[in-house]
Design a protein around this ligand. Structure first.
Ligand code: ACO
Length: 318
């Protein structure tokens, strides 16, 4: 599998920490020192579907691949306007692709899970060109009165086009350990005359300290296992692209691996945590900036609710 092109689309509304301090008992100092986040994008006028379509189109242009040539689409998404049909079905029609479409929900690890599925489809010859799209709107789920969660998240979409033209992916390690209490969001139920409804819907519930510890330990374990599977050392990696959930999580992992800061690019300060879209958005920004050189080895690692996590190693070839 080869990454042939990348794309992203972000909402136009930028909400900085000072704007949050007007509606919540919080401040820029608390948010930026604890998380690294200074602003995030929030969907207001646009729809997530529009963002997803723009990111998909940008990746297709970047890869120089026509939508009609895509023979499978995987969309990673936790929540959007529709429970059904899936987001990928909606996007497929808008971009005029004709392939089978599938949504997956592996929370913030969704990009790595989607890449792993795509790799299997390409290796078995079931597909030759795959569009992986991560479109996320955590702003729909957070309780905007809860300062301990809503300040962390933002919306956005990132995409990649994958082809079977070369074998650039050197290792995958994905894992799930059922641990639902630290982070969950319960869907509200429609009125049903036979069921007693709860008094109110549960907003997103998160135990920040627990998630922090799980994130560091799972990420470290996945990184080490992926390196071992690829026969590489920590020093062989040119760039570590980690899920952008909290700069302190990224720094803790970096310090434990004893690697210099320049190998850990980040954009969390501008976007907050955009769930599974965080790595593909960062990937696209770095690709656009010309950061990667042909032959660079990139390790991507993510973690999320579930508790899911995953890492993979790719040699850059575009
Ligand atoms: N502004 C000001 N004060 C706040 C805020 C805020 N936005 N949020 C919480 N506080 C207060 C708390 O009420 C608490 O006050 P108290 O001491 O009077 O009780 C104090 O700050 C400290 O709170 P802690 O929860 O102890 O702060 P902590 O240092 O653990 O940082 C944080 C909290 C930033 C949430 C951290 O635990 C974290 O980042 N965890 C990981 C979260 C995460 O990554 N989630 C998503 C990952 S998975 C996925 O991406 C879906």
């Amino acid at each position: 599998m080869k990454i042939a092109g990348t794309g992203r689309a972000m909402p136009s509304l930028s909400v900085n920490n000072d704007m949050l301090s007007v509606i919540l008992d919080t401040n820029d100092e608390w948010i930026s020192t604890r998380t690294g986040i200074r602003e995030r994008r929030i969907l207001s006028k646009e729809r997530l579907e529009d963002l997803a379509v723009s990111a998909a189109r940008a990746a297709l242009v970047s890869a120089n691949v026509a939508a009609s040539d895509i023979d499978y689409m995987i969309c990673s998404n936790v929540i959007n306007n529709f429970v059904t049909p899936s987001l990928s079905c909606i996007v497929q029609g808008e971009i005029e692709a004709r392939c089978p479409c599938l949504d997956i929900n592996a929370a913030c690890s969704g990009f790595i899970y989607a890449l792993d599925l795509a790799d299997a489809l390409l290796k078995t010859g079931r597909a030759h060109k795959i569009l992986v799209l991560c479109a996320e709107q955590p702003s729909r789920m957070v309780n905007w009165k809860d300062r301990s969660t809503c300040v962390l998240f933002g919306d956005g979409a990132g995409a990649v086009v994958l082809t079977d033209e070369s074998e650039d992916f050197k290792a995958f390690k994905i894992s799930t350990v059922s641990k639902t209490d630290p982070l969950y969001y319960q869907r509200a139920m429609e009125y049903n005359p036979f069921v007693m409804l709860p008094d109110s819907d549960a907003p997103m519930i998160m135990n920040g300290k627990e998630v922090f510890k799980l994130a560091v330990s799972s990420c470290l374990s996945d990184i080490k296992q992926a390196l071992s599977l690829a026969g590489k050392t920590v020093a062989d990696i040119n760039y570590y692209l980690l899920h952008q959930a909290n700069l302190r999580i990224i720094q803790s992992i970096r310090e434990l691996l004893e690697i210099s800061e320049d190998k850990f690019p980040h954009n969390i300060e501008r976007y907050g945590n955009i769930s599974s879209a965080s790595i593909p958005v960062l990937l696209d920004e770095l690709h656009e900036a010309g950061t990667f050189k042909k032959g660079d080895t990139i390790l991507m690692s993510a973690f999320g609710a579930g508790f899911t996590s995953g890492a993979c190693i790719v040699e850059w070839s575009i």
